[in-house]
Design a protein around this ligand. Structure first.
Ligand code: CMC
Length: 430
């Protein structure tokens, strides 16, 4: 029989505290510690190693088994059979759409894909060599100044409109961040394309020539979007939820999520992986880098390896590895030296005791960078593409959070380790 409560006892005269145990529909049970503060104690868990920050119906991960479900559907099935719009509908509304719902949803999103014309001035305020992620944080944040008719978070319709606007406009913003960077004219969205093709069009087309996306590459790109769409309570999603818990508008919250995603331990890992492979340069130097990754006095880590939750193969990595082969075949790049180097690095690390004992496996970012590079996407856009895919998860998680009656402003406590009370000393006596 499963336990339903746990008793916390102290090694002094303090009375024991009884805490309920909550069960979800899948996964580990959680101890409900909300009443602890009333007893004058808090829990200590930097990095949330053992803390569930919310309840959610959206995404389930089993790190030991290597499982990832969106609304109950295994990621493998969604990546194989769905397009990104169906996955967005699933994440936002809880169910896969039927044909009519899909048509309506897709046309709603494409109807919002253009940007307010004044927004082009915001782009022009940036340096040309600004990183696309820096531009995205700024431009997405500025959306609340352009679409303030949909920032009343207490209004259901407003919330939906802002969610649609984010899904529709973030690809345009991401593509334009790149166009601005390389000095090419902004390409407007084309509603005849699907979501993935449209992004490729806005990135690669120019006004001088007709552009038709390669269907195999568009399919691979769609898969990248699906695999990155949501991932439970990761750093950027938790950032979006925490920012939103104060009632901040969704554009500001998603801008905060983009900032959090940028770090190399999170979404920035795809760009960092490619940089690392370029730096290693040749199979003969792999040993040197493996040695550095194991050296505790060296801050170097093998990028694209390890995950907080997956202690078995990241299921997204397995799908992306397969996609990697398909894309390289299509492009005749199977002998691409970078891909060969990645495969060799993967093999050596998977056999090394250091990585095996710590259960450090390649994650999705290990392969996604190689796929995107082969598609002609520059390194600086990898994390921006992750951000546009994850916008689907962020808006779904934000919407769930804001309509949850249990939600209160996120306000963690701390273990204070600073000075005890002391008295002010005038400057001349310090
Ligand atoms: N290379 C070398 N050692 C590593 C690595 C790595 N990539 N990742 C973890 N370790 C070691 C770490 O030094 C520690 O060793 P020890 O127990 O001897 O002190 C042990 O493994 C546990 O690591 P941790 O830092 O406590 O694990 P974490 O859960 O806090 O960090 C992680 C998870 C993903 C931040 C980390 O594995 C990492 O920095 N990986 C490289 C960056 C990366 O690829 N990130 C993308 C994650 S997937 C995309 C996403 O969802 O954002």
């Amino acid at each position: 029989m499963k336990p339903t409560k746990v008793t916390l006892t102290f090694d002094n005269d303090n009375a024991p505290i009884e805490l309920p145990i909550l069960s979800g529909s899948l996964g580990s049970d959680v101890i409900d510690i909300r009443s602890l503060g009333k007893h004058g104690v808090f829990t200590y868990d930097p990095g949330f190693l053992s803390t569930a920050s919310c309840s959610s119906d959206i995404t389930f991960i089993d790190g030991d088994e290597g499982l990832l479900y969106y609304r109950g559907y295994p990621i493998e099935q969604l990546a194989e059979h769905c397009d990104f719009m169906e996955v967005c509908h699933l994440l936002m509304h809880g169910e896969l759409p039927d044909k009519e719902q899909k048509k309506q949803f897709t046309s709603l999103i494409s109807g919002h894909s253009m940007l307010h014309d004044q927004l082009t001035n915001i782009f022009r305020g940036f340096r040309r060599d600004a990183h696309p992620m820096a531009v995205m944080v700024g431009v997405v944040g500025s959306m609340s100044a352009f679409y303030h008719d949909s920032i009343d978070v207490t209004d259901k319709l407003s919330r939906e409109v802002s969610a649609y606007r984010l899904l529709a406009k973030v690809p345009t913003i991401a593509a334009w961040s790149y166009k601005y960077n390389i000095g090419e004219p902004f390409m407007y969205p084309q509603n005849r394309f699907n979501y993935a093709e449209n992004f490729m069009h806005m990135m690669f087309a120019t006004p001088c020539e007709a552009y038709e996306p390669n269907p195999i590459l568009a399919k691979a790109f769609e898969r990248i979007l699906i695999l990155h769409a949501d991932h439970e309570q990761n750093a950027s999603t938790s950032t979006v939820r925490l920012a939103g818990s104060s009632g901040a508008n969704p554009f500001a919250c998603v801008a905060a999520g983009i900032a959090s995603l940028w770090g190399p331990a999170h979404g920035g890992a795809n760009e960092a992986t490619l940089k690392m492979l370029e730096e290693i340069g040749d199979v003969s130097r792999i040993g040197e880098y493996i040695k550095r990754a194991k050296d505790k006095t060296d801050s170097f880590r093998l990028m694209g390896f390890g995950h907080r939750v997956y202690k078995n193969m990241d299921p997204r990595a397995a799908i992306m590895r397969h996609t990697c082969h398909q894309v390289l075949d299509e492009l005749g790049l199977h002998n691409d030296p970078m891909f060969k180097l990645a495969l060799e690095l993967e093999k050596i690390a998977l056999e090394d005791e250091y990585f095996v004992s710590r259960r450090l496996y390649p994650n999705v970012d290990f392969y996604s960078g190689i796929v995107m590079r082969a598609m002609g996407i520059p390194n600086c856009m990898f994390t921006a593409i992750f951000a546009l895919a994850r916008t689907a998860g962020w808006v779904a998680q934000w919407s769930e959070m804001i309509s949850d009656p249990e939600v209160r402003i996120g306000r963690p406590r701390q273990l204070y380790t600073g000075s005890q009370r002391r008295d002010f000393v005038p400057i001349e006596l310090r």
